[in-house]
Design a protein around this ligand. Structure first.
Ligand SMILES: NC(=O)C1=CN([C@@H]2O[C@H](COP(=O)(O)OP(=O)(O)OC[C@H]3O[C@@H](n4cnc5c(N)ncnc54)[C@H](O)[C@@H]3O)[C@@H](O)[C@H]2O)C=CC1
Ligand SMILES: O=C(O)[C@@H]1CCC=N1
Length: 274
């Protein structure tokens, strides 16, 4: 029989993961999602055909896995409301919240719990997500496999063995869709300055990013080799790449990603103080 999975929160991340689970054949009647108001739940219940509830504690009473998918700022209060129900049968806790450590969540839920922390990203909404996962010492092999199965339903899963590495995952994939969206904006603007209709430039830029990612994923060549294959000696690409290198693109990326990881650490300190 499939494990019973209860999602606390029915927003973007929860509905992305639930949608992926259903598409990959997970039984709908083994899935429950909660939110404080019925009007937030009716659409997801009708669209996905899962159970829903406005009572968090009742919804976890028979869950094998509790997925914490509310905003980090309200997690303390949400955990306080789940504590007794969770301590009664100790399900696996799987959190997708940014910046809250496994120890903090375990303590807020009353202690001695198997906790998996996950840093997903928004392309999970289209089944092309990338997630880093970390397990505390109480998580067993079956629970690891179950967490992998749930997140693989919406994309790539990579486990890290040190919790601090989730800060690096946040910099490399959690926040990173926004870096690429910024790049699309910049390419659209630059393409328009060169005379293309803006929407034409946008479509060309996005298709090129999609094609480049697919090519790099399918190829046994490194990104460096694929880059050189585009660069004809004395040609146009060589001129553009030289400009990006001279302008410090690598340094800018390193600094931006360092700022991202630093903010993830700060958030863990700020949010964990309760
Ligand atoms: N958006 C992103 O790029 C990423 C978000 N995350 C994490 O995912 C988590 C959820 O984010 P989103 O899905 O984007 O937020 P969202 O705002 O779309 O969803 C939050 C859900 O929580 C529900 N909710 C509010 N109070 C509740 C309560 N007391 N009990 C039960 N449900 C309650 C809301 O009705 C809503 O359905 C956050 O902790 C965030 O840090 C992680 C990685 C990436
Ligand atoms: O910006 C944030 O804090 C969250 C975590 C990763 C993506 N969005």
């Amino acid at each position: 029989m499939a494990s019973q999975v209860t999602f606390i929160g029915a927003g973007n991340m929860a509905s992305a993961i639930i949608g992926g689970m259903i598409e990959s054949g997970y039984p709908r009647d083994a899935i429950t999602a909660t939110a404080p108001h019925e009007d937030a739940l009716a659409p997801i219940r009708e669209r996905l055909g899962i159970h829903t509830s406005t009572d968090n504690a009742a919804a976890v009473s028979e869950a094998d896995v509790v997925v914490l998918a509310v905003k980090p700022q309200i997690m303390h209060d949400v955990c306080a409301g789940l504590r007794d129900a969770v301590q009664a049968h100790k399900p696996l806790i799987l959190s997708v919240a940014a910046g809250l450590s496994a120890d903090t969540l375990e303590a807020w839920l009353g202690g001695e719990l198997a906790v998996v922390r996950c840093m997903p990203n928004t392309p999970s909404l289209v089944g092309a997500g990338a997630a880093g996962l970390y397990a505390n010492g109480r998580v067993d092999g079956d629970q690891r496999r179950l967490a992998t199965e749930l997140l693989e339903a919406v994309g790539l899963v990579e486990w890290v063995e040190e919790e601090a590495l989730l800060e690096a995952v946040t910099a490399v994939s959690g926040s990173a869709p926004a870096y690429f969206f910024l790049m699309f904006e910049a390419m659209e603007e630059a393409g328009a300055k060169l005379g293309l209709p803006a929407d034409t430039a946008r479509r060309l830029a996005m298709q090129t990013a999609f094609g480049a990612a697919r090519m790099a994923m399918d190829s046994d060549k490194t990104p460096g080799e694929l880059k050189r294959n585009v660069m004809s000696p004395g040609g146009t690409t060589e001129r553009a790449i030289a400009h990006l290198e001279d302008a410090g693109l690598r340094r800018i990326m390193a600094e931006a990603m360092d700022a991202c990881a630093t903010r993830a650490r700060e958030m863990a300190e700020e949010l964990g103080k309760r």
